[in-house]
Design a protein around this ligand. Structure first.
Ligand SMILES: CC/C=C\C/C=C\CCCC/C=C/C(=O)SCCNC(=O)CCNC(=O)[C@H](O)C(C)(C)COP(=O)(O)OP(=O)(O)OC[C@H]1O[C@@H](n2cnc3c(N)ncnc32)[C@H](O)[C@@H]1OP(=O)(O)O
Length: 302
């Protein structure tokens, strides 16, 4: 069975995020997802969407306490909310932020990658791929309002956005720290970083697993602006206004021109990327590294 849940319409691949959900009722979910969003707002347990139809934007808040780790459930709800906004012509931009104090997202959920079976790892990785592809190729303007720590998968999500505003707090570090866990950022994580901060800086940042504090993140270009914490949202809104002053068709075609080759690299090898992940994460040595890292996280408290 093909692992990629997508269909081709003309030259465009439409991904159906729920198609990989176990036992998904495709028709009902599809029609619900394609409904208009309107002004009332919508959301799910873990993704809160606050639409402002008059402005053509929505604020999307991740709210999966305590740390917005990217569980299968959060990934699923995230993609469905994105799809709803993408399919509603009212919306031209999304501000992506966190509802969990002090943390934007702790990255991939380590519990999804520990002690599970290969089928689970495959399903999980496919969901991670899906979210990245959706975000990276989104036609909407995406602005990350980073109001907390932003490691690994959290950083990846912010890097898919068109612009990043980071709150000026030394605890709010950002970067791809996978090597510190004894794991390896896949090629498309690396490509996303290289496209943002360049090859040499990425090489150092990735090998050392650097988590940059705000001033350094700004200096290397990991974020575009650092502002006092209480100005993150207002700054994101004014940046959004600037981006929305550009005609959509010209901006979208330009974005696609800049990003398509990177996304296509994954699209062409989704299945083998899943197999690589499953093989890698199933290794005893990797499972042990992750358990040690989780143990350290838990010990930190006590
Ligand atoms: C050859 C290669 C081929 C293919 C590639 C193969 C595989 C590898 C690819 C994998 C790519 C991985 C990407 C990732 O994103 S891995 C996740 C990395 N994340 C981190 O390192 C962040 C860890 N967390 C923290 O540093 C802190 O929690 C944080 C975010 C700074 C917040 O700190 P704080 O507010 O003090 O909160 P706590 O640390 O006390 O955490 C509260 C609670 O949450 C648990 N938790 C934290 N992070 C995660 C997580 N990512 N997943 C699951 N659970 C997490 C933490 O343990 C606490 O739990 P408790 O039960 O003790 O309450």
């Amino acid at each position: 069975m093909a692992l990629v849940a997508g269909m081709r319409v003309g030259s465009r691949v439409l991904f159906r995020p729920w198609a990989w959900l176990p036992g998904a009722a495709l028709g009902r979910k599809e029609s619900a997802a394609r409904g208009r969003v309107g002004a009332r707002g919508f959301g799910s347990q873990r993704v809160l969407v606050e639409p402002d139809p008059a402005a053509g934007i929505a604020v999307m808040k991740l709210k999966s306490p305590p740390v917005n780790s990217l569980s299968l459930e959060l990934l699923t709800e995230f993609v469905i909310s994105l799809e709803k906004l993408e399919n509603d012509k009212t919306f031209r931009g999304i501000i992506l932020t966190s509802d969990c104090p002090g943390v934007f997202s702790a990255g991939l959920d380590l519990m999804e990658m520990c002690g599970k079976n290969p089928a689970h790892y495959a399903e999980y990785w496919k969901a991670v791929q899906e979210l990245w592809l959706r975000l990276y190729l989104s036609n909407l303007v995406l602005i990350a309002a980073i109001n907390g720590a932003c490691p690994a998968g959290g950083c990846l999500i912010s890097l898919t956005c068109d612009y990043r505003v980071l709150a000026d707090n030394p605890k709010y570090v950002i970067g791809l720290n996978e090597t510190l866990l004894g794991i390896v950022a896949p090629f498309w994580f690396k490509d996303t970083l290289v496209n943002t901060i360049g090859h040499r800086t990425s090489e150092r940042a990735l090998q050392l697993g650097i988590l940059f504090p705000p001033a350094e993140a700004l200096q290397v270009g990991m974020v575009d602006k650092v502002v006092p914490e209480d100005q993150v949202q207002s700054t994101a809104l004014s940046v959004m206004a600037q981006w929305l002053s550009i005609p959509d068709h010209a901006r979208q075609l330009t974005k696609n021109m800049m990003r398509k080759a990177t996304a296509d690299r994954l699209v062409k090898q989704r299945d083998s990327d899943i197999q690589n992940f499953v093989g890698f994460i199933s290794r005893d040595s990797i499972q042990k590294s992750l358990q040690v890292y989780l143990g350290k996280l838990r010990q930190k408290k006590g």
